[in-house]
Write a protein that binds this ligand. Sequence first.
Ligand code: UDP
Length: 194
Amino acid sequence: KQVAKILDVPFSTLGFRETIADMVERIESGQKTHVVTANPEIVMLAREHQGFRSIVEQAYVVPDGIGIVYAAKWTNQPIYERVTGVELLEALMAEANQYGWNVYLLGASPEVIELAATKLQARYPQARLVGYRNGYFKEEEEEQIVQEIAETRPHLLFVALGAPKQDNWLVKYRERLNASLMMGVGGSFDVISG
Ligand code: UDP
């Protein structure tokens, strides 16, 4: 896979439609993928924190916003299009609707996640919304949450705990979640519910 390096963060150079096609192929072939939608703030976070940097270096990183597209342009690297978090979430839900994938939503407040789940299910009725849970849990509840998610075998697992918390969480439990595509979605559920 071709990558462009922006301040040492390895970005996918695929455009929006190509990214979706690539992700569909990974999901349909049962690969595990951790997606990070990285804007300049995330790039800086990776620069400042070694732990987060190594997580990002292992992830499928997409250019979230025009700032990354410009940074690529200035360094003569082939990123031509942004791939933002909310748009990616919606496009993957459309694929879930086509393929009948299992989808699990984790994070945000109880009110927000419930409303986001209701709206997404209404818009993508053939996607199997196999579970959702708010993002305000204690560490001792995590075992049970991981088991619950693993039992639903989600093709898509969207996690909204804010960066880097959502990505640390995904990497910590990645092997046990039985999820194919895992993606931190930051404030996306708040946007969708609003
Ligand atoms: N959140 C959560 N649990 C936490 C911290 C945050 O569920 O312990 C949720 C919060 O309610 C919001 C999202 O995570 O829905 C974070 O959104 P924010 O816009 O802060 O994230 P960013 O887009 O900056 O990564």
